[in-house]
Design a protein around this ligand. Structure first.
Ligand code: SF4
Length: 391
């Protein structure tokens, strides 16, 4: 028998979707951070057949289908399992999320480590649902700003290290097997030292054990993938992390040869790496609605789904974000409530919904103290425009 789909207050998945303002939210973790062309097409079909047709890309590099109902959810799950987008075993989803640094290739350390960790997944400690693992073993770490509790990275010396979030240094390890072993051991230390009470590693104040000395520096951070041409294909952006199934299908039609086996890698930056080599001299065709240029003003704005998509929101966020996107280059965050799902770090300007009106925060996060409260949408727009013009 299928489990009940209506679960709240838990990190949602596909087997444990979350009830939201527009129906059930079904989160899909792309296996190894990558979907084949056929899987991507299946995802688009699933979004339209069983949900509202909207697909989101989250800051943890997961896809989300919106607008699923209690009635369509069982058929959706059967479809996702059939296309290997979700494991048939609901227990697999209880394992911590693995986030791979994008632009990996077969034989690189990151996918090899991920594969070893998946094989040994049952040896990881049972941890709170939001705990995640970043596998970031390319030449330079690129996931430092993305949420993860334990990280496998490259050291300044070029070796591997395992780092607990909240610590600037990690523990050097000799090879891939040692990295996986160290990480598994750290998850057990986390739980035994009270990790369920702290919830996340960065809030966990217990001193690290002596077998995990934080004495090795990770290599300097690398840049995240720029939009446009890439040695492996094309990088495209989803405005505010969202697209319709038809936009993504169009993207595949324009950018991916039908014979491609491996097609799309996810990133935590609202960007997809569409793996397709263009013939030299070709320029990639534009795809309506998707972001193709690093100068696109929407890139400087973060906006959560807002109303009517999230039950916590009393204001619509994304239409306001669109209206603000022609402004001078300044970081802007529009949040449906003080939880601030779309952006953890401070923005130059942050508008936060409360009781159907907006609070204005300057140089802060969604839960910082506002400088103005109880603004209508047009008052909020005026304030933001003036602030950005004089900055
Ligand atoms: S910030 Fe608030 S309104 Fe926006 S998605 Fe998160 S919980 Fe919902």
């Amino acid at each position: 028998m299928l489990p009940s789909p209506r679960i709240k207050g838990w990190c949602p998945g596909a087997w444990r979707p979350m009830a939201t303002g527009d129906g059930l939210l079904v989160r899909i973790r792309p296996p190894m951070g990558e979907l084949s062309r056929q899987q991507m097409l299946a995802l688009c079909e699933a979004a339209e057949a069983f949900g509202s047709g909207l697909i989101e890309l989250t800051s943890r590099a997961n896809f989300q289908l919106r607008g699923v109902t209690d009635t369509t959810w069982p058929s959706l799950m059967a479809f996702l399992v059939e296309h290997q987008l979700v494991s048939a075993d609901p227990e697999a989803e209880r394992q911590p999320q693995l986030m791979l640094a994008p632009h990996w290739q077969a034989g690189d350390d990151s996918p090899t480590i991920a594969s070893r960790l998946q094989t040994r997944g049952s040896e990881l400690a049972a941890m709170p649902g939001k705990v995640g693992i970043a596998i970031d073993a390319g030449k330079a770490p690129v996931l430092c700003d993305s949420a993860a509790d334990f990280r496998i990275e490259r050291s300044t010396e070029g070796g591997l290290l395992v780092r607990a979030d909240g610590h600037t240094l990690g523990t050097a390890v000799s090879d891939i097997e040692a990295a996986v072993e160290q990480l598994i051991r750290l998850t057990h230390w986390f739980v035994e030292s009270g990790g369920w009470d702290s919830g996340r590693m960065r809030r966990h104040t217990a001193p690290l054990p002596e077998w995990a000395p934080a004495d090795t520096a990770p290599a300097a951070s690398g840049a995240k993938l720029a939009l446009g041409s890439h040695p492996a294909g094309q990088v495209v952006g989803l405005p505010f992390g969202r697209a319709t199934a038809s936009m993504l299908r169009e993207m595949l039609r324009e950018l991916v040869a039908p014979t491609s086996v491996t097609a799309v890698q996810v990133t935590p930056w609202r960007r997809l790496l569409v793996k397709q080599k263009l013939v030299q001299g070709d320029t990639a065709p534009a795809v309506d609605g998707l972001i193709r240029h690093n100068s696109d003003p929407r890139l400087s704005i973060d906006a959560c789904p807002g109303a009517p998509y999230c039950e916590q929101a009393s204001v619509a966020t994304q239409p306001l974000a669109e209206r603000l996107s022609g402004l001078k280059n300044s970081s802007v965050h529009i949040s449906g409530c003080a939880k601030g799902c779309a952006r953890r770090s401070p923005a130059n300007v942050c508008l936060v919904g409360e009781g159907g009106r907006f609070n204005l925060i300057v140089n802060g996060a969604a839960d910082s103290s506002p400088v103005r409260t109880d603004l209508t949408e047009s008052e909020a727009l005026d304030f933001v425009r003036k602030l950005i013009e004089i900055s």
